[in-house]
Design a protein around this ligand. Structure first.
Ligand code: ADP
Length: 480
């Protein structure tokens, strides 16, 4: 029986290993993590992450060929294939601070593998890492090898949170990078035969190590760039009376461009896009390519601009002040169908509104109060460095309440900001909500999910990103 061990039971490691266990009954999969509480959650009824379909897969395999354990060394020692899916945060200090990836977790995982291994291993990079990390890991392993042979593979994960199980079951492609030596090719084949249990052969791509590492950064940079492109257009649409949905649809019908991932919004979030682009920028700078670095930096700048533009629009529409006004925030996760709040645009929008002294009432169906309060006290990049956290309690947090119902959140509010595209926000009883709000009642739709005409008929003043402006908003001061 082939034994697989995955180091890191996070958003990537957990779902990926669950699907491998489901599709390869003859493979034993053990997911290990140093976090006792995380492993306990994976072994409980309440999994540590929310993903549609994940519960069923885990329940089906757990205890049969899927295990979760804190006994990291034992399972690493026993495995034939070791996936490394630990966090690779952005460095907050030292060389490359604010841009470069912090490989501390990776390096300590590699040294531990070298310490405990007694047989040959295939070590697979699963977490996103900078180009050439595999080479560094290879050096750590081979210099401490005690005669054991290691093959390093790069197998970046392309799943999207919210659709992780669907993506894993039916991936666009599986990418495996390895050394172009006979041993390297054999290792690629061994991993390809695992995926080959359910992924068609023509979707399993083999490349060299560096292409695989760079492909992951490039794919995320391209995706984020599409969002920033359509968001940049949304600002121009508002200024000219064009409708960003119509523009995006027209643009997307060009088969060279394609229709997906062209929705204008308050901005992208998630643990990967910004981090991977910063990483890419740093690699470009280190390689003497400042023009390329600046090109990609602009994708992040437009994303920041989009968030502050949204806050400015809220404040300027409401007579240039939200001080003391109750604003309902519907949605906090960075997108629907996940409870993940890492880098969610809601953090910057809420901080912006709190900066203008608003009172916020926040509701998200999958994010609890502790998480929201923690996120609102974090500094940039803190979220990815749980061990560095300083306890902070800014007084503005007294202005925040977190509730478990959209109607409660909107009661007596002056305005509503929709920041996550949860389906349930499309079908709320907006007449009831309108009745219970202060007047004039505003809706700022950061995801373009509400029916603008219907809401205007009810009496709301509605702002939708990139759409022709409400006559009310046209008369308000220009937005920077
Ligand atoms: P991702 O979104 O990439 O899956 P996460 O932060 O959700 O990242 O998960 C990474 C996991 O890796 C965390 O649960 C962390 O505790 C774990 N981890 C980090 N370093 C080690 C290590 N040396 N050994 C075992 N687990 C580790």
């Amino acid at each position: 029986m082939v034994k697989i061990c995955c180091i890191g039971a996070g958003y990537v490691g957990g779902p990926t290993m669950a699907v491998i266990a489901l599709k390869c009954p003859s493979v034993e999969v053990v997911v290990v993590d140093i976090s006792v509480s995380r492993i306990a959650a994976w072994n409980s009824e309440q999994l540590p992450i929310y993903e549609p379909g994940l519960d069923d897969v885990v329940k089906h395999c757990r205890g049969k060929n899927l295990f979760f354990s804190t006994d990291v060394e034992k399972h690493v020692a026993e495995a034939d294939i070791i996936f490394v899916s630990v966090n690779t945060p952005t460095k907050t200090r030292g060389l490359g601070a604010g841009k470069a990836a912090d490989l501390t977790y990776w390096e300590s995982a590699a040294r531990m593998i070298a310490d405990v291994s007694k047989s040959d291993k295939i070590v697979v990079e699963k977490s996103t890492v900078p180009v050439k990390t595999a080479e560094a890991i290879e050096k750590i392993l081979t210099h401490n090898s005690k005669g054991i042979k290691y093959q390093i593979l790069s197998n970046p994960e392309f799943l999207a949170e919210g659709t992780a199980i669907k993506d894993l079951l039916n991936p666009d492609r599986v990418l495996i990078g390895g050394r172009e030596t006979p041993e390297g090719k054999k290792a690629i084949e061994a991993l390809a035969s695992v995926y080959g249990q359910w992924v068609p052969k023509d979707r399993i791509l083999a490349t060299n190590l560096w292409s695989a590492e760079l492909s992951k950064l490039a794919a995320n940079a391209f995706l984020a760039q599409r969002i920033s492109s359509v968001n940049a257009m949304s600002a121009l649409c508002e200024a000219t009376g064009a409708d960003v949905s119509q523009v995006a649809h027209s643009v997307g019908t060009d088969s060279r461009i394609g229709p997906k991932f062209l929705n204008a919004s308050v901005g992208f979030g998630g643990s990967c896009f910004q981090k991977d682009i910063l990483n890419l920028v740093y690699i470009c700078e280190c390689n003497g390519l400042p023009e390329v670095a600046n090109y990609w930096k602009q994708v992040i700048q437009i994303n920041d601009y989009q968030k502050s533009r949204f806050v400015n629009r809220v404040v300027s529409s409401m007579f240039n002040t939200v001080s003391g006004k109750k604003i309902a925030v519907l949605g906090f996760a960075f997108k629907k169908d996940t409870g993940d709040t890492r880098e969610t645009p809601a953090i910057d929008v809420c901080k912006g509104l709190l900066g203008d002294n608003a009172r916020l009432s926040i509701y998200d169906p999958q994010v609890n109060e502790d998480q929201i309060r923690r996120d609102l006290t974090l500094k940039k990049f803190d979220w990815d460095h749980p061990t560095h956290l300083q306890p902070m309690s800014p007084t503005s947090l007294n202005q925040v309440s977190v509730v478990w119902d959209a109607y409660e959140a909107t009661k007596d509010a002056h305005g509503i900001c929709i920041l996550t595209e949860w389906d349930e926000f499309k079908t709320l009883d907006y007449e009831r909500i309108f009745e219970n709000m202060q007047k004039p009642a505003f809706v700022f739709d950061g995801r373009n999910i509400v029916n603008t005409d219907k809401l205007r008929e009810i009496g709301f003043i509605v702002y939708s990103i990139g759409k022709p402006l409400d006559p009310w908003l046209k008369d308000m001061p220009a937005v920077a």
